[in-house]
Design a protein around this ligand. Structure first.
Ligand code: KG4
Ligand code: ZN
Length: 336
């Protein structure tokens, strides 16, 4: 069985992980703090921060795994896309150079497929097929997973991701970035039915969040015009109602996808999978419909290299190596 070093650098987390004999031996993540003061990820700063973090992060992963000689590595897996080009290039070029120096294969991993493969890290017997809902700061998509290397897209967000919808609303409320976890926390004490937000209509199993975000902006602005204390007085109810709108919308798509495909299992991954209301409601729906619900540990839901290692191991086993012409791609669907 191979020893794989995996590298993740698609956005603002520099990650390195080691998978040896199908077991995760190290998982190191350096989350860039520099973006907090800007209220969102600044691509150029992200690229530079990856450059200074990559060597120490890889070294820490090797140390954690007890590997003192890189000659024992069988392959290097790296995120090829989608993501920020300046960030992807740092991890990809580092991985490419190291693979060449060690004369071992380089495996290019799709970041979104890796989020889905996070399900297999602690649960190699994940029931197949299953419907996956991936909800992160950058992506929202539903897919039908026949196997780790056969993931078929059922639908995706036409604009913002669910995490972005949380983060942008948090900004309107004056909360620090990333606001998703804070909205979730504040919502726990509120009434989810205090205010209602429109459910965006898009065809099939797709999503759209930009209308909801704009509606929220006007909702807050109009109420503040009438009562300058509106946000302070009603913070919990506002957060609970907005969270409920997003969660019920996400789960409506997931339930329809499960019904249409006839699967017996559903999985949720990505940073928004931490959302308490989403977890509770998904559990309730799964029980109602006799489905098994799977959510990876939080460390494997947010951006990390363990999921890149897991997806990379599946591709390595299938002999899917990156050729010399392979380059990073910024958007989904651009891979060569
Ligand atoms: O997966 P992730 O680390 O980044 C991407 O790959 O994009 O997800 C980060 C996103 C952020 O938008 C953050 O606000 C959101 O996940 N998030 C949450 C919660 N925890 C993280 N959103 C809602 N409720 C949470 N508890
Ligand atoms: Zn991600």
């Amino acid at each position: 069985m191979p020893t794989i070093l995996a590298i993740e650098s698609s956005c603002d987390d520099t990650g390195a992980a080691i998978l040896k004999d199908s077991r995760l031996r190290a998982n190191v993540v350096n989350t860039q703090k520099i973006h907090e003061q800007y209220g969102g990820v600044v691509p150029e700063l992200a690229g530079r921060a990856h450059q200074s973090a990559i060597v120490p992060v890889v070294q820490a992963a090797l140390r954690q795994a007890g590997i003192d000689n890189m000659a024992s590595l069988s392959a290097i897996a790296a995120t090829q896309g989608p993501g920020l080009m300046g960030s992807l290039l740092v991890g990809w070029n580092f991985a490419r150079g190291l693979a060449q120096a060690l004369n071992i294969p380089l495996v290019g991993v799709n970041h979104l497929e890796a989020h889905v493969c996070a399900h297999f890290i602690e649960n190699p017997d994940m029931p197949l097929p299953f419907v996956s809902l991936l909800v992160s700061g950058g992506h929202t998509q539903l897919s039908l997973v026949h196997s780790p290397t056969d993931i078929r897209l059922l639908g995706h967000s036409a604009d913002d991701a669910a995490g972005e919808a949380f983060d942008k609303a948090a900004k309107v409320l004056g909360l620090p970035y990333p606001g998703g976890p804070l909205i979730d926390k504040l919502a726990e004490g509120g009434n989810p039915h205090a205010y209602s937000f429109p459910r965006p209509r898009v065809p099939g199993l797709n999503y759209s969040f930009s209308g909801l975000k704009t509606h929220f902006l006007y909702f807050v602005r109009d109420h503040l015009a009438a009562n300058p204390q509106f946000v302070n007085d009603n913070m919990a109810d506002i957060c609970a109602s907005y969270r409920h709108a997003i969660v019920s919308y996400l789960l409506d798509g997931l339930s329809r996808a499960a019904a249409q495909t006839g699967v017996k299992a559903i999985g949720i991954s990505g940073g928004v999978a931490a959302n308490r209301h989403l977890r509770r409601e998904a559990q309730r729906i799964a029980e109602e419909r006799g489905l098994s619900l799977h959510i990876p540990d939080f460390a494997y839901c947010t951006d990390n290299a363990a999921m890149i290692a897991q997806a990379g191991a599946f591709k390595w086993a299938a002999g899917q190596y990156a050729g010399p012409e392979a380059v990073p791609y910024a958007r989904a669907g651009q891979q060569s």
